[in-house]
Design a protein around this ligand. Structure first.
Ligand code: FAD
Ligand code: DLZ
Ligand code: SF4
Length: 507
């Protein structure tokens, strides 16, 4: 009797993924497919496509060397139908498997596809849970259903207890759950930034780069600086390098930005983690070990583990808990189109120009650039959420909808009306000035007295508060900003509103 067909998606490149467990090397067959639909459902950055296809090809090689039966369909192969469903049709016709086994995907649209396959192929389809996460979607829903208000901090504490990470018995290591207040320092100009481990493209990656340059030349971004790990071996080296050279300073200056330094002390691990080359538990354990060995301080290690054990799990749980309705909300009625400079970087606003350039050069921007510059501007300018979401999903090497959507829709744009975050992350130019060196080489300044030199973020910030007064002024966390707006001289307030209006019309 024919064995099972096991489909592995491009972000499931983990030998221990649930769909490969209990594989019978003699009878079963693995299928991996490069398909047009996945490479184009948004206009992915060239580096993101290169990373995925190269990592898929390397992973398939490893499975082959292990002796597993595998069919690998390349994008340019003759007969490639261009979709998961089409490629499954072809494979099922040829191999006549007894059943199809898959691991649940990271995106709702693919989940809907998977659910149609049993009828489509008239074949039993087993959709297994993705046990690479700390919590299942059902666990999150159970936690969320018992609460009036969802906050990451409380879910994170549950995950600390469940995993035992940074725990001393029943208590958190050091006596506190969260050391975030120690992690908001500005960067000293003298701070030495470590050089990062980047990986030279091998023959497989080079072949993919050629394919991507030809086939996706209209997609955003450049391949010149491609240096992402594309195998598990490389990803483990990247993890080790981060723990040794960056983790100790990760906490203190986690929120800082610097013009010439796109990476600072950030992990650069999300691209490898999200496609399966690394596992969240092994990353957290490595960081925890660094703390116990006295190599990194608690504020850095707790801050880092919280991003993975807290935020990453929380956004994933929320995504599956509230989809598909989540993506449709637009709580602040934001309808302006996405400005062209998000693709070109052609703007006089130096912070935005820098963040877009970093994004196009590396398919990467760190969290504060994404939230407090690119996201903040879209929030203040009232850009339509779906357009901002498509941009974020396209340009980052770590972007899949389960993690991108809650971060953009909820955290950056407050389009969910406060389900994910207790207040909008809106900030004026003074915040960007405090946390970066962008303003010193900008034609604008947050401190300027003359209207034509004043940083556009400042009038946009006040206009945002004014425009959303009915929706936001009752929020206790916005009491101070509204008090400042209300105590502003009438002429100043009017001038800010008029400047913001003129700026927005010029976009
Ligand atoms: P570090 O800053 O070193 O953090 C360590 C790890 O923590 C990351 O690798 C990541 O796995 C995890 N992490 C940190 N913050 C978050 C978060 N808010 N949500 C989920 N995981 C987190 N992350 C993605 O993985 N994919 C996305 O598409 C994505 N889109 C984002 C969009 C916006 C508007 C914002 C504000 C954040 C987004 N994030 C996204 C979260 C975060 O910015 C990235 O995970 C991080 O920048 C990746 O770089 P790093 O590996 O150097 O992370
Ligand atoms: C992102 C991506 C790209 C660019 N290409 C492929 C592909 O050709 N084949 C594949 O299996 N997966 C690809 N992916 C990742 C999928 O989009 C991802 O698995 C789904 O969005 C579910 O998370
Ligand atoms: Fe950005 Fe304003 Fe600073 Fe210029 S002055 S870099 S626009 S925050």
């Amino acid at each position: 009797m024919a064995g099972a067909l096991r489909l592995i998606l491009g972000d499931q490149l983990t030998r221990g993924v649930s769909s490969l467990k209990d594989i019978d090397p003699k009878k079963d067959h693995v299928l991996m497919v490069e398909v047009h639909d996945e490479t184009t459902y948004v206009k992915h950055h060239k580096q993101k496509i290169t990373l995925l296809l190269s990592a898929m090809r390397h992973f398939a090689e490893e499975l082959k060397q292990e002796g597993l039966n595998i069919t690998y369909v390349k994008l340019e192969d003759k007969g490639n139908t261009g979709s998961f469903t089409g490629e499954l049709h072809r494979a099922i016709k040829k191999l006549k498997p007894s059943k199809l086994i898959v691991t649940e995907p990271g995106e709702y649209r693919v989940r809907a596809m998977m659910e149609s396959w049993q009828d489509e192929f008239n074949l039993p389809v087993e959709i297994r849970g993705d046990d690479r996460f700390f919590a299942t979607p059902a666990e999150f829903s159970e936690w969320a259903s018992a609460r009036k208000e969802l906050r990451m901090e409380f879910f994170y504490r549950e995950m600390r207890k469940k995993s035992g990470l940074l725990m001393k018995g029943k208590d958190p290591e050091g006596g506190q759950w969260n050391y975030d207040s120690e992690n908001r320092k500005a960067l000293s100009p003298k701070e030495k930034i470590p050089e990062r481990l980047r990986f030279k493209p091998d023959a497989i990656t080079k072949e993919v780069m050629d394919l991507v340059s030809q086939r996706f030349d209209t997609h955003p971004g450049s391949l010149e600086k491609f240096g992402w790990p594309v195998t598990r071996k490389e990803a483990l080296k990247a993890l080790d390098h981060f723990i040794k050279f960056c983790l100790p300073r990760f906490g203190d200056v986690q929120d800082a930005m610097k013009g010439s330094e796109p990476f600072l002390f950030h992990a650069l691990l999300a691209p490898a983690l999200n496609c399966g080359l690394l596992l969240p538990l092994e990353i957290c354990r490595a960081a925890e070990r660094a703390y116990h060995q006295g190599h990194a301080p608690l504020n850095a290690v707790e801050g880092f583990i919280r991003q993975i054990l807290g935020w990453r799990e929380y956004v994933r749980g929320l995504y599956w808990h509230v989809m598909p309705d989540y993506s449709r909300s637009n709580a602040l009625d934001a309808t302006r189109p996405l400005p062209e400079f998000y693709w070109t970087g052609d703007t006089e606003l130096n912070c935005l120009r820098n963040c877009v350039k970093d994004t196009m050069d590396n398919a990467y921007a760190h969290h504060i650039q994404r939230l407090m510059v690119l996201g903040n501007f879209a929030l203040l300018a009232g850009i339509r959420p779906s357009e901002v979401e498509d941009w974020f999903l396209a340009v980052y090497a770590d972007a899949y909808e389960w993690v991108e959507l809650p971060n953009v829709h909820g955290m950056a744009l407050y389009a969910d009306g406060g389900l994910l975050a207790s207040k909008p992350y809106a900030a004026s130019g003074a915040y960007i000035d405090r946390m970066s060196d962008y303003c010193s080489s900008c034609r604008f300044s947050p401190k300027a007295k003359e209207a034509e030199k004043l940083c556009p973020f400042t009038p946009l910030y006040w206009a945002f508060l004014e425009r959303n007064r009915k929706r936001l002024s009752k929020n206790p966390r916005l009491f101070m900003p509204y008090r400042s707006l209300d105590s502003m001289a009438e002429a100043t307030r009017k001038r800010h509103l008029a400047t913001a209006e003129a700026f927005l019309s010029s976009l």
